[in-house]
Ligand binder design. Structure first.
Ligand SMILES: [Zn+2]
Length: 662
């Protein structure tokens, strides 16, 4: 048996290492079982030998109750940063910097985490104090609470005397989970992850803090001993990482302001994919001597600036609630807004989800509402802003009849939407045709919503099948359609006749059958007739097709109307065989992942080509991925590919690879 001190030290090191691996490197080291066992043993030993209990012991992370937080005056002031909002302001700031320090001043870009700023003090590598930023001069001592944050090291890998600053944050997913749980318990709902983080870290009962999923990114330091101190900010960040601190992995060294502006643009687009909130980019002069030369204004350093991302949320007036009838007959409310600028574009419509949501938010026409935009998603109404007029506005009453065909709306079990069940409803039919021509389904170019509207209103078409009967002369009778575009429209419809089976199945818009399930069906049957004659057992025997889906497919192909339309389609020359015809084996055994916007083709088209050449596409990057094709503004998949060492192709490289087969 080891001496108690040796055993305690061993347990402390193992548990601290496990915390570091898990919470800083996000790479598990001990199993939960081993961890719990060691933790219990350490606790027992410390109770038996209280004198051996030290401030860097992981048992200090469980928290305790305090009566109040004590004010603490910072040894070094925590300055705030001046904000910049656009390229011109960034360039002006850089001009002032280079005027003082000469041309070509290196910069470091870091994401500005939207959390709570704190300062941590270490003496000989041991965490001794943690204080909130407060007003920058005096903050509150929240050491006990900060010890419960497992990404904060209690003991550094080197016995450094150092003060570091960082931002405490709550991951977005944990924030949502916390709110969900609180909602169930009837407790307080936090407005955003920042409030949740700051509310959690400032609990007088730090055992509550210990239960919240909080983390930290450290972003600067003050060295007590300047002898071997780093010469640049970037070096100092790498040193902090070496000491055991968690720094944000998206830090980047930039040669000049142009590169820094690129970084800002890049992250404005990519930030929605991150699991933590960021509201901007902090840009710092890298050379610490330059930083000293530049100095401070009364409030902020001259050697740094905070670039703020354009807001993703904005308030505006709700002018009306329009009803949209989808291809399935679902009637959904759409907010018509007083046009407003949001994240770089003008927004005049936003989603209201469904009528339950309107009721929950108590949205009334005339209200001022908060709308939010996340990347690539249409903006949605988040909440009603408090306003005295609200009470005088009439409550919104959901419709009982279809606004297009006046039939009574129904509800379906287990669904929140209202439905128009009339198959010949005009709006529903138009929505079905719009879906038929969409990129996701038959991918027919040149036929937009206004053309479909005109064709339908002038009785050229009454369903999607009729599209294939249209002549060039028909198109030329429409408003403003000249010979050239009539030719394009006609041609593009005729060309779509050769689309593979999975696309036709998608275009049918069968209930519960989306693009992926349509692909599954196409893979398991050779042609349309085989699917049409399959019984429910055969259909549901396919891996990935549940009984609900099987029933829905069966019903669709046993409906008189549908059978009639399919017969007409066949007469018009649409009867695709299964699977895109395989052209070669060039990509056999290769798995591709697509990310970002491609210039020469849609991602769907690229996947089709890959399949034709025997390859596979997948939606997520893993070590089994052969290639990632990265278009413009790629998402987090690119970062993952880089981490896993997966080969990354540009669109041009991909095109060169398949050129001879196109
Ligand atoms: Zn209707």
């Amino acid at each position: 048996m080891d001496a108690p001190l040796d055993r305690i030290n061993f347990l402390k090191d193992e548990i601290n290492k496990s915390n570091y691996k898990y919470y800083v490197e996000e790479n598990p080291y001990l199993s939960d079982f081993e961890y719990d066992k060691m933790f219990a043993e350490l606790k027992e030993l410390e109770e038996k030998y209280p004198l051996l209990k030290t401030p860097d012991s992981p048992t200090q992370r469980v928290g305790s109750v305090s009566e109040k937080f004590f004010p603490y005056t910072h040894k070094y002031r925590l300055y705030s940063l001046d904000n910049t909002y656009n390229e011109q302001e960034l360039e002006k700031w850089y001009e002032r910097v280079t005027k003082e320090c000469g041309n070509n001043v290196d910069l470091v870009c870091e994401l500005k985490i939207d959390g709570l700023a704190i300062a941590l003090t270490y003496e000989k590598g041991i965490f001794i104090r943690g204080v909130t930023r407060g007003d920058g001069i005096t903050g509150e001592d929240i050491t006990t609470n900060l010890k419960t944050v497992k990404a904060i090291p209690l003991k550094l890998f080197e016995p450094a005397d150092i003060e570091v600053r960082g931002e405490i944050y709550m991951p977005k997913t944990s924030f949502e989970k916390l709110n969900e749980e609180n909602l169930k318990k009837g407790e307080k709902i936090f407005a955003n992850p920042r409030n949740a983080a700051s509310g959690s870290i400032r609990q007088l009962d730090s055992t509550i803090t210990a239960k919240r999923d909080l983390s930290i990114f450290v972003y600067s330091s003050v060295f007590e001993n300047t002898l071997n101190a780093p010469k640049t900010h970037y070096e100092s960040m790498m040193y902090l990482k070496k000491l055991g601190f968690k720094i944000n992995p998206n830090i980047r060294l930039c040669k000049n302001i142009k590169e820094a502006i690129e970084y800002c643009k890049e992250w404005d687009l990519k930030r929605a994919d991150l699991n933590y909130a960021t509201d901007g980019v902090v840009i710092k002069v890298n050379n610490l001597l330059f930083q000293e030369d530049l100095g401070f204004t009364s409030r902020a350093p001259k050697w740094a600036t905070a670039f703020k991302f354009p807001p993703e949320e904005v308030t505006t007036k709700l002018l009306d609630i329009e009803l949209n009838i989808g291809k399935s007959g679902a009637v959904t409310p759409v907010a018509i807004l007083d046009p407003v600028q949001l994240a770089g574009s003008t927004v005049s419509r936003a989603s209201l989800h469904n009528f339950d949501e309107i009721k929950r938010l108590d949205v009334r026409i005339g209200d001022t509402v908060l709308i939010k935009k996340a990347a690539e998603i249409i903006p949605k109404v988040i909440k009603v802003m408090e306003n005295p007029e609200h009470e005088n506005l009439p409550e919104y009453v959901p419709p009982t009849r279809c606004p297009a065909c006046n039939s009574l709306l129904t509800t379906r079990p287990g669904e929140v939407n209202l439905y128009c069940e009339n198959d010949s409803c005009s709006q529903q039919t138009i929505a079905k045709i719009e879906f038929w021509v969409s990129k996701e389904a038959m991918d027919i170019d040149f036929i937009g919503p206004s053309i479909i509207q005109q064709l339908y209103e002038n009785r050229f078409i009454s369903n999607a099948v009729d599209l294939y009967r249209l002549t060039m002369q028909d198109f030329m009778q429409l408003d403003g359609v000249k010979e050239k575009s009539a030719y394009n429209m006609y041609n593009s419809i005729q060309n779509s006749k050769t689309r593979p089976l999975n696309r036709l199945l998608t275009a049918f818009a069968i209930r519960h059958i989306g693009k992926e399930t349509a692909e599954l069906l196409a893979e398991n049957f050779t042609n349309l007739d085989e699917i049409m004659t399959a019984n429910i057992e055969t259909l549901s025997a396919i891996d990935g097709i549940g009984s609900k889906m099987a029933e829905s497919v069966y019903e669709f192909f046993h409906n008189e109307n549908n059978l009639h339309l399919i017969k007409e389609l066949k007469n018009l020359g649409l009867n695709p065989a299964s699977k895109a015809v395989k052209k070669s084996d060039k990509l056999t055994g290769k798995t591709f992942v697509l990310t970002g916007t491609l210039q020469n083709m849609t991602r769907d088209k690229a996947s089709e080509i890959i399949k034709e050449l025997g390859g596979k596409t997948s939606s997520s990057v893993s070590k089994n991925t052969s290639y990632v094709i990265a278009g413009e503004n790629p998402g987090s998949k690119l970062d993952k590919a880089q981490n896993l060492g997966v080969i990354i192709l540009t669109e041009d490289e991909f095109l060169a690879m398949i050129e001879e087969d196109l």
